[in-house]
Design a protein around this ligand. Structure first.
Ligand code: G3I
Length: 366
């Protein structure tokens, strides 16, 4: 599995070199487009470049969080045209998949996964173990530690097996580390102790031996106490032989506060040094915390998206770049903050914003 990723990443370097030297045919060939076609081939109209097509040529998966389907036609059309990967935004969490103890409801998420398979999109599973999105029967159930252990094991094995072969990567444990670098105290540390992380990964691997297993978190994208703690945890897990294959950097940032590209590159580099794949898993860039005119805020937002895409493309270990939604019509941020925002690549009418064009430029090598 990792070998394939390394091949993909090193192919990306080759593609970048080939493309910059105008060796388009070589770039196409290396991108899996088969041997260069003979000159006699009839020229076919080139479709408008999409993020998906540009990213494929660079050996990178580009994705978005996805809401339950179907929705307005433009939602599905844009999602399939622009992205090669999707992450169910909330239906693949315990509160939606097991609303009552022992009763699993897969239909909503199966519809999203089936859409992805029809559109030849990879699926990131999100998330098996989190302190958020927990149903009342679990939180208020007064379960013993033994019961919590069997509840978690049953959940991971049931869900992992249900989506076996349909999910390329799982965020097995989400947001395990606090901002100060300590392990977060949750129902899972209470039930299983700090070793719950290792155990969760081993159960996930048992359920789906072919899925890439990720540790996913926010606020640890650059260099600092949190990312140091994530790196240390990942290093110890690798040393213990835990089936950890990747680290997810959520990248929920804002024009007022985002990590430097240099720090993100350093962090990805050290995670890659552990032999891990790195995904940008949930990027969005808030513009609400600013008094600048909106066009200046959107320009600042575009710069951040473009910078982080260039970091991702330059980092051998980084093989996926996922935004947390793609249209400002459907973003979690306004409900969460109580303020309007415009954090994504397309506006509420599905028109591409400067942020979208910044990604096109970065992916085109401009
Ligand atoms: O839309 C339905 C509504 O029809 C239904 O009646 C109601 C009650 O079930 O649920 C509504 O869906 C809500 C959904 O947001 C859309 O608003 C879900 O309850 C609610 O749980 C969901 O919140 C999600 C949250 O995670 C918890 O799962 C957000 O969409 C989602 O963006 C957020 O994503 C998290 C990542 O998983 C982890 N990283 C941070 C990120 C943002 O908080």
């Amino acid at each position: 599995m990792l070998g394939d990723l390394r091949k993909r990443a090193s192919r990306r370097r080759l593609l970048a070199g080939a493309a910059s030297l105008g060796l388009g045919a070589l770039a196409t060939a290396c991108a899996g487009g088969g041997p260069p076609s003979t000159p006699a081939a009839k020229p076919t109209p080139t479709p408008e470049p999409s993020l998906r097509g540009l990213a494929q040529a660079r050996g990178l998966k580009i994705g978005s969080a996805a809401l339950p389907l179907p929705r307005e036609p433009l939602y599905q059309e844009t999602l399939a045209r622009e992205f090669s990967m999707l992450t169910p935004e909330y239906t693949m969490k315990l509160d939606h998949l097991q609303p009552a103890q022992g009763r699993y409801e897969f239909d909503q998420t199966d519809a999203i996964v089936d859409f992805a398979r029809r559109e030849a999109m990879d699926v990131r599973g999100h998330t098996l173990v989190w302190h958020g999105a927990l149903p009342d029967w679990l939180v208020d159930g007064g379960h013993t530690t033994g019961e919590l252990r069997s509840i978690l094991r049953d959940y991971i094995l049931t869900v992992g097996k249900h989506y076996r072969g349909k999910v390329v990567a799982w965020d097995v444990v989400n947001e395990a580390i606090r901002g100060d670098g300590r392990l977060r105290d949750t129902i899972w540390t209470a039930g299983l102790g700090p070793g719950y992380v290792d155990v969760a990964f081993r159960w996930a691997h048992e359920a789906d031996p072919d899925a890439m297993l990720f540790l996913n978190d926010y606020g640890g994208e650059g260099m600092g106490p949190k990312s140091d703690a994530v790196y240390s945890l990942a290093k110890e897990m690798v040393e213990r032989g835990v089936p950890l294959h990747g680290a997810g950097l959520q990248m929920h940032v804002s024009i007022a506060r985002s990590p430097s590209p240099e720090d993100v590159a350093s962090n990805i580099g050290r995670l890659g040094g552990l032999g891990l794949e790195v995904h940008i898993t949930e990027m969005d860039v808030r513009v609400q915390d600013s008094t600048l005119p909106m066009d200046e805020r959107l320009a600042a937002q575009a710069r951040i998206y473009g910078d982080m895409m260039r970091v991702a493309l330059d980092a051998e270990a980084c093989t996926a770049f996922v935004t947390w939604g793609f249209t400002d019509r459907h973003s979690w941020i306004p409900d969460f903050t109580g303020n309007p925002d415009a954090a994504l690549l397309f506006d509420e009418a599905y028109r591409p914003k400067p942020a979208y064009r910044a990604l096109v430029e970065a992916l085109s090598g401009a």
